[in-house]
Design a protein around this ligand. Structure first.
Ligand code: NAD
Length: 337
């Protein structure tokens, strides 16, 4: 029986890259049914709620989501729906594979996986302004929350993921030298978990030194694990090593639910023009196929994307070409063998 997944096309370029991705999934023979739902600004405009109950119910039914980018207003307005979905479904592991697809970058053959803790740290949103002498916003403070439970389970996820994929090494990037309680606890928990995986090399590194080493010599890393905000920043840095966010897929995975999404935003500057690069969401859909045990279809999609990008004749505007979103997706469909 085919697997039904929830599809959230999202805002801005979301519907365009989602349409392109669904055309590739269908052509690749993915055994999926699609339950389309609204979230973000699209949902606010049509349902009066950026995260409607119908969408939540669909995710509860289907357990697996493919999601386009959602617009989040800065400073004021509703809180991030991405963060809300991650919290609601306890999607605690953000998995970002980073692989060279387009040759000619700073490094060849990059093949890294970043695992970011998705539910704790500064992203718990415990923050407020502090008023001083008539200025209600004279200061602001934000609380970083790390629990032994959270640090233990993300570390375990990283080692299990490494083991499943036959990876050799796990690196924890942290700042325990300065943040002795929060980061110290994370380091302690990860160190304890590492002892249970003697077959996998383990190291810990200070986050800033890790950032520099990633740029100088990414080949010294394999699987990296870190808390929420460090992971947010380093995953974009790592995407930059292989051509930018347009090529970066992501999975948000929990014990019961999983959501696969493009890591770039809704790109309002090019929305509706039909020129967005759909690669990130297409590769995220391939990760989704791995997750639902349709790895063969996932591999075919990855190979087809690689074939199209390596020939160099079909590029979207962000990579110096003039192909539109649909034309690019059609080329991927033709490259499926
Ligand atoms: P963005 O990623 O939307 O855009 C940054 C730049 O990259 C823009 O010039 C854009 O045109 C370009 N770009 C992004 N994706 C592209 C693609 N697929 N093809 C070609 N060019 C692409 O980042 P932003 O401008 O900071 O954010 C816009 C909105 O998206 C904000 O509301 C933000 O909150 C939201 N956002 C959502 C997600 C998500 O849903 N996961 C992630 C990041 C940002």
């Amino acid at each position: 029986m085919s697997k039904t997944i929830t599809v959230i096309p999202g805002d801005g370029i979301g519907p365009e890259v989602t349409e392109a991705t669904l055309s590739v999934l269908r052509a690749a023979g993915a055994d999926l049914e699609y339950d389309e739902q609204l979230a973000g600004v699209a949902a606010l405009e049509r349902r009066g709620n950026p995260l409607p109950d119908e969408t939540l119910d669909s995710i509860r039914r289907n357990h697996v989501v493919l999601k386009g980018p959602l617009t989040t207003p800065s400073g004021s307005g509703f809180r991030s729906i991405n963060v809300a979905i991650r919290k609601e479904f306890d999607l605690y592991a953000n998995v970002r594979p980073v692989r060279t697809i387009v040759p000619g970058g700073r490094y060849e053959d990059i093949d890294l996986i970043l695992i970011r803790e998705n539910t704790e740290g500064l992203y718990v949103g415990v923050e407020h302004f502090i008023g001083v002498e008539g200025d209600p916003r004279a200061a602001a403070e934000s609380v970083m929350i790390i629990t032994r439970f959270g640090a233990d389970r993300i570390s375990r996820y990283a080692f299990e993921h490494a083991k499943r994929l036959g990876r050799k090494k796990v690196t924890l990037a942290h700042k325990a030298n300065i943040l002795k309680c929060t980061q110290g606890l994370f380091l302690e928990a990860a160190h304890n978990v590492a002892q249970e995986y003697p077959g996998i090399e383990w190291e810990d590194r200070i986050i800033d030194a890790t950032a520099m080493q990633l740029v100088l010599d990414p080949s010294r890393f394999d699987v990296l694990v870190m808390e929420n905000m460090f992971g947010d920043i380093l995953s974009d840095l790592m995407a930059g090593l292989v051509g930018g966010l347009g090529f970066a897929p992501a999975g948000n995975v929990g014990d019961e639910y999983a959501m696969f999404e493009a890591v770039h935003g809704s790109a309002p500057d090019i929305a509706g023009k039909g020129i967005a690069n759909p690669t990130s969401l297409i590769l995220s859909a391939a990760m989704l196929l791995d997750h639902v045990d349709q790895r063969e279809a996932g591999d075919r999609i990855r190979e087809a994307v690689e074939r199209v990008l390596r020939t160099g004749s079909m590029r979207t505007a962000d990579t110096g070409g003039d192909a539109g979103t649909r034309a690019f997706a059609s080329a991927v469909v033709r490259a499926l063998d």
